[in-house]
Design a protein around this ligand. Structure first.
Ligand code: NAX
Length: 331
């Protein structure tokens, strides 16, 4: 049976990398047929037609069908996975609250459509910013779908953090494990290497020992990861796209296929009020283990005063975003 996978923002730059990876089997396996449903807004239908042509021209063996549409019902009907990449971009002169309002409207509508048309088992990853709060809105507007099926992407931040540590220790990224991103996918996020492990000369050692530079781990490491998106924009004049697409593939692949026993990943998931002092009812990025298509928050990690302060700052921002966004969708 083919899996139905919806990608929104399908005419955009992240989707341009993402669609190829999904359609060639990077996420669900090289033998798993997929049907892609591509959603974008009506003015982008011409561009989307070009993307469809290119997908056809890739002649990919597992790509069974491509449906391009601006109709949420057509895009979401019976889907197994939703990659919600499309969002209203921040335009010049736009205040943060205007951006929140425009996106609250989009994710309210998409949440309702998921509720009505998608499979109840659908797995949703929200990428479009503000990703955590957009995921929360979609979840709230889709009460018939379990809350656990909604997530937001912080895997790009995790990959960035992993790569920074690997570079510092002169090891491949595969040798860095248990890196955590806490909180919001914004500049308040807390990239945390305190529990991370680096494999060096065949042995697992604490990242703090392998890095051997506490000032860096508590300073430049954190700010580099927090500001990496802005650095890419400054250099490329466009926001991260190839790396974002790769991270979406990593996120969904691990959700479906599971994490390794000796590692965890970060994803934005609903907080239950019982984990690490994070208020209930936020989509907050936690360290999670994945198995059988389900996530569990890694518990029992020690949180020192330094980490506590950073985890609270990002939680506070998410509470403010949530309260503003909920006021908008109540209209
Ligand atoms: P683009 O502007 O290239 O593409 C976005 C696409 O979404 C456009 O084609 C647009 O027409 C479409 N769109 C807008 N409203 C829509 C709607 N209601 N339904 C369907 N499609 C709609 O942006 P791109 O670079 O692809 O980035 C997409 C989103 O990802 C942005 O919101 C961006 O901020 C966010 N990002 C999130 C990241 C994360 O880690 N969570 C990292 C990368 C990226 O910055």
């Amino acid at each position: 049976m083919a899996l139905r996978v919806c990608v929104t923002g399908a005419a955009g730059q992240i989707a341009y990398s993402l669609l190829y990876s999904v359609a060639k089997g990077d996420v669900f396996g090289k033998d798993q047929p997929v049907i892609l449903t591509l959603l974008d807004i009506p003015p982008m239908m011409g561009v989307l037609e070009g993307v469809v042509m290119e997908l056809q021209d890739c002649a990919l063996p597992i790509l069974q069908e491509v449906i391009a549409t601006s109709d949420e019902r057509e895009a979401f009907t019976d889907i197994d996975v939703a990659m919600l990449v499309g969002a209203m971009p921040r335009r010049e002169g736009m205040e943060r609250k205007d951006l929140l309002k425009a996106n609250a409207k989009i994710f309210k509508s998409q949440g309702k459509s998921l509720d009505q048309y998608a499979k109840k088992t659908v797995k949703v990853v929200v990428v479009g910013n503000p990703a955590n709060t957009n995921a929360l809105i979609a979840m709230k507007c889709a009460p018939s779908i379990p809350k656990e099926n909604f997530s937001c992407l912080t895997r790009l931040d995790q990959n960035r953090a992993k790569s920074q540590i690997a570079g510092k220790c002169s090891v491949p990224t595969s040798a860095v494990k248990k890196v955590t991103i806490w909180g919001n996918h914004s500049s308040t996020q807390f990239p945390d290497a305190m529990h991370a492990v680096v494999v060096k000369d065949g042995k697992d050692i604490q990242a703090s020992e392998a890095v051997n530079d506490d000032a860096w781990l508590k300073g430049d490491f954190i700010t580099t990861v927090q500001k990496r998106g802005a650095a890419v924009i400054a250099a490329r004049k466009l926001s991260s796209a190839m790396s974002a697409a790769k991270a979406i593939c990593d996120h969904v692949r691990d959700w479906v296929q599971g994490t390794a026993d000796d590692d965890w990943v970060s994803m934005g998931v609903i907080s239950d009020g019982n984990s690490y002092g994070v208020p209930e009812g936020l989509v907050y990025s936690f360290p999670v283990k994945l198995s059988g298509g389900k996530w569990t928050i890694v518990d029992g990690l020690a949180v020192d005063a330094f980490a506590r302060e950073k985890m609270d700052v990002t939680a506070k921002e998410l509470v403010e975003e949530r309260d503003a966004a909920f006021a908008f969708i109540a209209d």
